[in-house]
Design a binder for this molecule. Structure first.
Ligand SMILES: [Zn+2]
Ligand SMILES: [Zn+2]
Length: 375
């Protein structure tokens, strides 16, 4: 193919200085930037051509090579003619005033491929759930959970290469992880087919991990569940997720609590709600009642005379213990009174109630009928 004249592309003379090249590049890049020419394929091609020309001409060494000769600059897969080096491109954000968001897309594609693959990568975060008894959640507990993780392979120490051997630099891409292909006007970079973009190849893979460097396993992790844990709470255990890749840090472990329901105490935020049945006589006359506490034991509560069904009383500080999530405040115990009406009356009870009805001018013979508004 015909070699494009990079000086023409950048609209500079052969003897242009670095500063002239830079200035011209900036001017043209601004003019043909895809964001300034939405949907304009020609402008986009032009823009890429400008990128490529600048990549070569801004680098004295590459420029010399280009000046020297009829080498095919684009199809080359030798170590020297790599993909776009982002370092060659100055930050253009000032140029476009931040309004051009996809610069990274255009500049970065090739270089990201070569840099990210060999960059140490954090291991995956792992989430597991743990079932907790009501009491354990309330008081806090240290428990063990089985965590499915990718662990660094002990056999090869995470390198993926059989013991006694080491991964070596990929000869195909020179360790860059990408190959440049001739794609008409500009060079297109694709992940190296030999090493899959890793930049390194393993000739004799570790027999334990198959060259992966990590192995699946279930790790037992001790987790401290804080007192007052509620259902669905996430407890983070830093660094106990999957092993990192290429020397990166391990991911984190998240333990989601599943708290068993209590037959009596229902959690509401940091409060506990307990339903306490009282007789209609207790409700009418007032009474001293004993209410169970979530942690065991009871608390005495004085019901005033004339307590209505569904009335709630608050026992301060008898709810869930302090957690960071509730700002260090201990929750309350909410006592909900349920007035119970007897289903059956003894004869004597019936007589007393009939006398009461008479006293209150309530017509018992009419059964449930009562004039609305009377009491
Ligand atoms: Zn291994
Ligand atoms: Zn390669």
């Amino acid at each position: 193919m015909e070699r494009p004249d990079l000086y023409k592309v950048l609209e500079v003379s052969k003897g242009a200085s670095q500063e002239e090249i830079r200035r011209s590049y900036r001017r043209l890049a601004r003019k043909y930037h895809p964001d300034a020419n939405p949907g304009d394929k020609d402008a986009e091609e032009r823009f890429k051509g400008i990128q490529h020309a600048y990549e070569i001409l801004s680098n004295p060494e590459k420029r010399r090579e280009y000046d020297e000769g009829p080498r095919n600059f684009f199809g080359s897969q030798g170590a020297g003619q790599g993909p776009t080096q982002s370092a060659n491109f100055e930050d253009l954000s000032d140029l476009f005033g931040g309004g051009f968001g996809n610069l990274g897309d255009i500049f970065g594609r090739a270089s990201t491929a070569s840099t990210t693959t060999r960059t140490p990568t954090k291991g995956e975060d792992v989430t597991v759930s743990v079932k907790l008894k009501f009491k354990d959640a309330l008081e806090g507990v240290t428990t063990r959970v089985g965590v499915p993780v990718e662990e660094s392979c002990g056999e090869c120490r995470g390198t993926g290469a059989a013991p006694g051997t080491a991964p070596r630099t990929c000869p195909e891409c020179g360790g860059r992880g990408v190959q440049s292909r001739d794609q008409g006007f500009f060079a297109l970079s694709t992940p190296c087919s030999r090493c899959g973009g890793e930049g390194r190849i393993i000739e004799k893979p570790c027999s334990v991990c198959g060259g992966n460097g990590r192995i699946r396993s279930t790790r037992q992790v001790k987790v401290r569940i804080p007192a007052g844990a509620r259902d669905g709470m996430r407890v983070r255990v830093p660094g106990r997720g999957s092993a990192g890749k290429k020397g990166g840090p391990a991911g984190d472990l998240y333990v989601v609590t599943r708290v068993e329901e209590h037959p009596v105490f229902k959690r509401r935020g940091d409060d506990f709600v307990v339903e306490v049945p009282v007789s209609f006589v207790e409700a009418a006359l007032g009474a001293q009642i004993e209410v169970p506490r979530p942690e065991g034991g009871t608390v005495k509560l004085r019901l005033p005379a004339g307590t209505q069904d569904g009335k709630q009383f608050k026992v301060r500080g008898a709810g869930a213990p302090k957690t960071r999530a509730n700002g260090g405040e201990r929750g309350d115990l909410i006592v909900r009174v349920g007035v119970v009406v007897p289903k059956k009356l003894k004869r004597r009870e019936r007589e007393i109630l009939e006398a009461l009805a008479e006293e209150r001018d309530e017509d018992v013979r009419e059964g449930l009928f009562r004039k609305v508004g009377s009491s």
